[in-house]
Design a protein around this ligand. Structure first.
Ligand code: HEM
Length: 411
């Protein structure tokens, strides 16, 4: 076991997040395979000059995400967020029992049954955005025309957020999730977004609608279980989590399928929902877009893998490395939509496992096959090297995806 916590101030540590190769941006940074060896934990230097441990092995990641000596409340550690302040705590950054108290008020809105009941509505929205996109010509930025607006509208409808405000919440979400934005700018963006949600809660207290925020007000605020500020914070969490990740998965999932045409053909031509569902799970595992979203802090001294970690140390949970761990999955670096992906942790693990995963699955199993069926000639409109990737952002994806579907008269 390695008991030495590395000396502080050591400039030789690798920078984190690590860069992906410009030539093969879908491949994980080469360092991850190396970091999985030995004790499995790697000490790194963060964008703010601080150090953290990166956990890369599948078993170790599950351990970190389920051990009660490790906390999701990283805001308690000023070295991680030097000037971050949060007016109202958000439940993804709480530990149980506080976390469970809030989460349990929301789970019934995201069950498989509730989300499957939304499938026809999601399908209609997918078709609506595809109709609008194809009516405008035979090429588009798929992110702007489809991947981003579809999940934004779905989560807006579910929460009761006016979709007219989508540009505002999309821009602020990007700022909040970008690793190299200053804590001051992140704080400002999240305060503005919180103000917007607070205003919405006040409006819904006067004029309730048929939506999640109105239900929380009626069922929990009026009983004294939640304060209006807590409803606004839950709305903010769901709004951010509910549109950006799925949007990135649609953009990057489409790109990945275009890079694997035989597998894209299976998704397009299959009328078996299980085949499409299996393909979506493999894309989730293979891409593991929550690349730098998950941070924890050790509350006590403990050993992870073979490495001693001290109380107060920051831990970066690297889901892509874990989902590509050869001891979890053979040939993990290869996309194989027919494989058994059981045990993948693209939605996290333990008490904070993604609350919206059933919604994300409905959106992805509708969006990807319908896009490929409606536009069988879909292809990139630029060389892969010109696609702007979200390399070091918390959620991996593409900023834009220029595509075309015009029929080539010579073929
Ligand atoms: C948590 C991934 C879509 C809401 C998480 C976590 C991951 C994740 C990895 C765990 C975070 C942690 O342990 O710290 C994804 C991916 C998505 C997706 C890959 C799309 C493909 C959604 C959607 C919603 C949502 C559509 C909302 C409706 C949440 C919430 C949490 C969460 C509220 C925090 C849960 C908690 O702390 O108890 N997500 N997510 N996610 N996700 Fe998702």
């Amino acid at each position: 076991m390695n008991t030495a916590t590395e000396p502080t101030g050591d400039l030789g540590l690798p920078a984190y997040p690590a860069a992906r190769s410009a030539r093969c941006p879908l491949d994980l940074p080469a360092e991850y395979a190396q970091w999985r060896l030995g004790d499995g934990l790697q000490k790194v230097r963060l964008w703010n000059g601080e150090t953290a441990w990166v956990v890369t092995r599948h078993e170790d990641v599950k351990f970190v995400l389920s051990d009660q000596r490790i906390s999701a409340d990283t805001l308690r550690y000023p070295r991680m967020h030097p000037s971050a302040q949060q007016q109202v705590p958000a439940f993804p950054r709480m530990d149980d029992p506080e976390h469970a108290r809030i989460r349990l008020m929301l789970t019934k809105d995201f069950t498989v049954k509730r989300m499957e009941a939304m499938r026809p509505q999601v399908r209609a929205l997918v078709d609506r955005f595809l109709d609008e996109m194809t009516a405008e010509g035979d090429s588009a930025d798929l992110v702007e025309s489809f991947a981003l607006p579809m999940p934004s509208l779905v989560i807006s409808l579910l929460l009761g957020v006016p979709y007219e405000d989508h540009a505002f919440f999309q821009e602020h979400s990007v700022t909040i999730n970008q690793p190299d934005v200053t804590p001051q700018d992140k704080g400002r963006a999240s305060a503005e977004l919180f103000g917007f949600l607070m205003e919405l809660v006040r409006r819904k207290q006067r004029e309730p609608g048929d939506d999640l925020i109105s239900r929380l007000i009626a069922e929990r605020v009026e009983t004294g279980e939640l304060k209006p500020e807590e409803v606004a914070m839950n709305g903010l969490v769901l709004l951010i989590a509910g549109h950006e990740t799925t949007a990135n998965m649609i953009g990057l999932g489409t790109l990945t399928l275009l890079e694997h045409p035989e597998q894209a053909a299976v998704v397009r031509d299959s009328d078996d929902p299980k085949v499409v569902a299996g393909a979506v799970e493999e894309l989730l595992r293979y891409l593991s877009i929550a690349q730098d979203m998950i941070w924890r802090a050790a509350h006590e001294d403990l050993v992870i893998g073979g490495q001693e970690v001290k109380a107060g140390d920051i831990i970066a949970v690297n889901l892509p490395a874990a989902n590509h761990d050869p001891s979890f999955m053979e040939n993990a670096g290869v996309l194989d939509i027919g494989r058994n992906t059981r045990g993948h942790i693209a939605f996290g693990y333990g008490i904070h496992q993604c609350l919206g995963q059933n919604l994300a699955r409905v959106e992805l199993t509708e969006a990807l096959p319908r896009l490929l069926r409606r536009l069988p000639g879909l292809r990139l409109a630029v060389p892969l090297e010109e696609v702007p990737f979200r390399g070091t952002m918390a959620a991996f994806g593409v900023h834009a995806l220029p595509v075309t579907w015009w029929a080539n008269p010579t073929t």
